[in-house]
Design a protein around this ligand. Structure first.
Ligand SMILES: [Mg+2]
Length: 233
């Protein structure tokens, strides 16, 4: 395949560059101790995390479809999790929700090769972010982990008024960056959200498939580690 000459590269943030799961676990360990959850009937940290992940995933689906707002998403994921452990405490749920939102974006674990690859790419391309997270939260993650300086435009779903994989956020990102779809590349970890969305928008795509879950990805390229980008870009 002849390589296209890209000018603009759009990165997803969570689970592509910023190691969401590791950062999340670190945050939960602190919350677990701070609110003495073992003393309140939550015996296993891993079980707590599993239950939380299940509710969070389902609620994000609702949020993505516009069926609930972010404040509801944030508190309900903890209320439902605690409920499964027999804890029905609205105040505790909202305190944990607030702590989680404040604390997790200060965590700084990135995937291997993140900084090195951004240093390499910034010399050859104009780099941007397209992320479905909350505006304030995503900016804090970028700042704390030292990533802000690498990106020209940082497009969040809040700011775009639309979430990936919807076409609008991609078109909005292209417009704000002054980029054409044919000279643009989307790099993300989610086949549906990042890859199918970018295909719709007429951009090439690279799936970062860390866990090898999508061998049949529709993406232009599929990689399992960020250092594979040196061979492509
Ligand atoms: Mg992602």
């Amino acid at each position: 395949m002849k390589k296209k000459s890209y000018r603009h590269i759009f990165f997803d943030l969570d689970k592509t560059l910023w190691d969401f799961d590791t950062n999340s676990i670190e945050t939960f360990r602190e919350i677990f101790i701070k609110y003495n959850l073992p003393g309140k009937g939550v015996d296993s940290f891993d079980e707590f995390l599993d239950v939380y992940n299940r509710h969070n995933h389902l609620l994000w689906e609702f949020y993505r479809k516009g069926e609930i707002v972010k404040e509801v998403l944030n508190i309900r994921r903890f209320a439902l999790t605690l409920h499964e452990f027999g804890i029905n405490d609205a105040l505790l749920s909202s305190m944990i929700a607030e702590d989680y939102v404040n604390l997790s974006p200060t965590k700084t674990n990135l995937f291997p090769h993140t900084i090195a690859i951004l240093e390499y790419l910034r010399k050859k391309y104009i780099l941007h972010i397209i992320t479905n997270g909350f505006e304030e939260v995503q900016y804090r993650k970028l700042n704390h982990s030292g990533l802000t300086m690498y990106f020209n435009e940082i497009i969040t779903s809040e700011d775009a008024g639309s979430k990936k994989p919807e076409l609008h956020i991609f078109n909005y990102a292209l417009k704000r960056s002054g980029a054409l779809p044919e000279e643009s590349l989307m790099i993300g970890d989610d086949e549906e959200v990042d890859i199918l969305g970018a295909i719709e928008a007429g951009m090439d795509q690279i799936l970062v498939d860390y866990n090898g879950e999508f061998p049949d990805s529709k993406a232009t390229y599929r990689i399992e580690s960020l250092d594979e980008l040196y061979g492509i870009l």
